[in-house]
Design a protein around this ligand. Sequence first.
Ligand SMILES: Cc1cc2nc3c(=O)[nH]c(=O)nc-3n(C[C@H](O)[C@H](O)[C@H](O)COP(=O)(O)OP(=O)(O)OC[C@H]3O[C@@H](n4cnc5c(N)ncnc54)[C@H](O)[C@@H]3O)c2cc1C
Length: 308
Amino acid sequence: MSEVPEDELFDVIVIGGGPIGLFAVYYAGFRDLKVKLLEATETLGGQVSLLYPDKFIYDMPGFMSVNGKEMISNLVAQASQFNPTICLGERVLLSWSGTMFEYLMPALWMRSYPGTLIARTQDAVVYVQRAFGRSLGIPWGISESASSKKNDRGDYHYFAYGLPSVSLWPEAAAGPVISPYSTFLALAVDPPQALRNLRYMDSEGWVGPYGFYEAADYSVSSRKPVMVREWMAHHLGMSLLAIANSLRNNVVQQWFHAHPMIQATEMLLQEIPVNNAVLNARLKNLAPIHFPAKVNLLEVSRGATAAL
Ligand SMILES: Cc1cc2nc3c(=O)[nH]c(=O)nc-3n(C[C@H](O)[C@H](O)[C@H](O)COP(=O)(O)OP(=O)(O)OC[C@H]3O[C@@H](n4cnc5c(N)ncnc54)[C@H](O)[C@@H]3O)c2cc1C
């Protein structure tokens, strides 16, 4: 893989933002180490915040006569003075097969608004896709595409590759088969990372006479992918629209939203949950994002995610 930028490297990754995780962040910061904290839920404080925020703490060293909430807010304040990168869990709507296409194809022509369930899902999915690629040490971007398998006629096999962690389909499989058009779609969500990914693919020779090849199939070898040397019109078409949006101030979205029928209904896209409780209730059966099991020091940095 290409070199990881300095601001994405950490000395220490702490997993879990309970009291002990917060202590760890504090002591690592105190030793001038660059720290990142990953917490699977949307709040810091672990069992204390979750189960007994108002109960008085009886035997936590250094804390007497404080309730759980006060203790955690003290620990967070102490840990924060060293500016750790804190990544809180997000929740994401599930799609059927966990493809990038299902999440981001609509973004080619439909606007999304910050803080909405749709926008948060799009952000989270790109994050999960990046983390998945990073955990395997390969580029990211998985969606339905051709793979290197061929039938008797020599046609490439086509399959809805997706991430099982965000898929409702029990047979979802990632391949891993990396399709460059998935990264073009992600230009709408994270342009710097998408460009970096595309540049890497370009540097590895993933481009032919008609543009980026359909895919790179890592299911055969995790080190040297088999290139799927074909071009599919619908994938190139989506890539072109994504480029147009990126370079021309979301021009495709502007066309779509200029239509009176869309203007009459676009408030549906602006839906913001009334309050946290409602959103949490609605999200209960949807997928929490789990950080990849193999978190390494090159893990991507997303920065703090605002809790709801
Ligand atoms: C009802 C109750 C009352 C208690 N009262 C007291 C008391 O008065 N005094 C006292 O000293 N102790 C008390 N305890 C015990 C105390 O709460 C625990 O000892 C303390 O919370 C342990 O802290 P921790 O950070 O190790 O783990 P936790 O508080 O369990 O935090 C772990 C965190 O890690 C996160 N996490 C787990 N897996 C992952 C993953 N793979 N990736 C990212 N994040 C992950 C979890 O979401 C969680 O936020 C009480 C416990 C209970 C249940």
